[in-house]
Design a protein around this ligand. Structure first.
Ligand code: MTE
Ligand code: MO
Length: 270
């Protein structure tokens, strides 16, 4: 890649910069008010009414974060890619939904598309591997405070959606540019046993680095890293990168999310 050349920011970037500084100022105002309250704030947080398992001041801050992240996220802005030499094995983190012994031959990816025809169908791993193969070397970032650069191989979720024409009201391939109103708003993903589940907003699902992966660091995925197929979404925190996928469900209802139910931020953008 050629060295970056300083150029004048585009109108889009200037507008983004304005939105970010406005949202940041607002977050600092909220943060500043909270620090004035000092230690008492913990008591306040403890007694506040809970909204989605987080007390409301925290929930408001998470919502402000979501606004900030959405403002930064144009739908095309990529997460950084790295040289393969930096890739290594991530720790195994989280085994929800991986409890049952995997029967690879019987595995199917179930697609639920209640707004359009056909309402549901199943894909095999061969169907996924027939989609264009994409390599991506990105950082897996866990909210618990570690990150690892990993070389992933798989198919774009957007390519699956285009080929099998899901995620739209019309039953046509998604076209964010020309018919954004035709897109359903969310994708819900779950393990076969439904023990682990995540929700994604449609722009993030259609992002070009959002992959359905069957290989990690040049080897087929192991069971503990999500075989036979997992999601990898580097524009979100690691908990959205669901291992051992069983179902994709497209709808306008914001899907449930395992960690959001525990009080983490639903959007989880970075
Ligand atoms: N099915 C399932 N997927 C999951 C989890 C889980 O517990 N179960 N944990 C998540 C979390 S918190 C992280 S950080 C990443 C870690 O992926 P890895 O175990 O391949 O490093 O997987 C995510 N996907
Ligand atoms: Mo995580």
């Amino acid at each position: 890649m050629a060295d970056k050349i300083q150029t004048a920011p585009s109108a889009e970037d200037q507008d983004l910069a304005r939105q970010v500084s406005r949202l940041t100022r607002r977050s600092f105002a909220v943060g500043g008010a909270a620090s004035l309250v000092g230690l008492g704030v913990w008591g306040w947080l403890g007694y506040s009414r809970e909204i989605d398992k987080a007390s409301w001041p925290l929930r408001r801050m998470l919502e402000a974060n979501e606004k900030l992240a959405r403002a930064c996220f144009s739908g095309t802005r990529p997460a950084p890619e790295f040289d393969v030499a930096y890739a290594s094995e991530p720790r195994v983190n989280g085994r929800w939904g991986l409890g049952q012994k995997l029967n690879a031959a019987a595995w199917r990816l179930k697609i639920e598309n209640p707004e359009s025809r056909p309402v549901s169908f199943s894909l095999t791993l061969d169907d996924i591997q027939a989609l264009p193969r994409v390599d991506s070397i990105t950082e897996l970032k866990c909210v618990e405070g570690w990150s690892t650069i990993v070389h992933w191989t798989g198919a774009r979720l957007s390519d699956l959606m285009a080929k099998f024409r899901v995620g739209t009201r019309s039953g046509q391939a998604p076209d964010s540019r020309n018919s954004p109103g035709d897109l359903l708003r969310y994708v819900g993903l779950a393990t076969p046993d439904k023990e682990y589940f995540v929700g994604l907003d449609m722009p993030s699902a259609l992002h070009s680095q959002t992959l359905l992966c069957y290989a990690m660091n040049g080897e087929p995925l192991t069971a503990e890293h999500g075989a036979p197929l997992r999601l990898v979404i580097p524009v979100k925190y690691g908990f959205k990168s669901i291992k051992r996928l069983g179902t994709l469900r497209f709808s306008d209802d914001r899907p449930a999310d395992y960690w959001a139910e525990m009080g983490y931020d639903w959007y989880a953008g970075m």
